[in-house]
Design a protein around this ligand. Sequence first.
Ligand code: UDP
Length: 328
Amino acid sequence: MKKILVVGGAGYIGSHMVKMLLQKQHHVVILDDLSSGHRDAVLGGDFILGSLADTALLNGLFAEHHFDGVMHFASFIQVGESMLNPGSYYRNNVTNTLNLLETMVNHKVLTFLFSSTAAIFGEPLYTPINEIHPKNPINPYGRSKLMVEEILADFDRAYGLKSICLRYFNAAGADAEGQLGERHDPETHLIPLVLQAAAGMRPYITVFGQDYDTPDGTCIRDYIHVEDLCQAHLLAIEKLWDGAPRGVYNLGNGEGFSVREVIDAAREVTGREIPVQYGARREGDPARLVADSGLARIQLGWQSKYPEIEKIIEHAWRWILHGSKHDS
Ligand code: UDP
């Protein structure tokens, strides 16, 4: 049993991670400011309400507990918002992460997992995208994540902080047992929006652009089940505990689905009508983002349990129908 700090453990991916760590009998401490997370999504562990901006709180936390590792999920994630308000993205995603890393180093906690993103690559030069693909993020969100990846390389060299960055492609789906799911407010992600339209919670789904250079003209993405992402974190932190060096891994299923294919699959899974409107392209959307996750498979022994888009949608649908009616 290890003691793990999960920052952002009340959010979408963090809450699934907390559940998985508890199932593995780890001692979990959750730090979350509930700016976008939900207290009732934290199914166990010791919850602390607070922000990474609060260095005194961080110091106290690390003085009180000896953590065997830290997982960091507490980032702002909306590309569009990052273009309008880059300052808050750099402050939250970079400065606050730096607070966390410096506190870790001061307290000699040197095992760190970082939620990175496919957005660090920018417009792909080739697909599937492997780890060595050039990194040219095209928005402050992607840049803020890349900055942290670079900080982590420096912190390894200077302080021996060992980290693994997991670059998520399109996180989707929900807890297979139906206890947790995606509760962003506002929701901007395709699968929950499509399912909300299927459930009648929205009048239609708007498809952003149908003139991309793809077979059906809509954007192609690589959707990965949230539990598969969490499984990769578990393998990654175990690897670091076993003495592995710093690493970066791209995480996806290696198969792309277009927006239209996702909507068709959702019609199939739900048996519902899904009204569609066609709108303009959304700024900053590359036509195709598909991961090459070969390295994670080889080095971490990772394998996705739910690679099928139908399964991902089925779990998300169950959450929309039965789980997501919380008021906080
Ligand atoms: N998308 C869409 N309509 C929506 C939301 C998303 O057509 O209401 C498209 C979006 O342009 C992208 C894909 O769905 O091609 C996935 O978008 P999402 O925001 O879920 O994830 P992202 O790829 O931006 O991380």
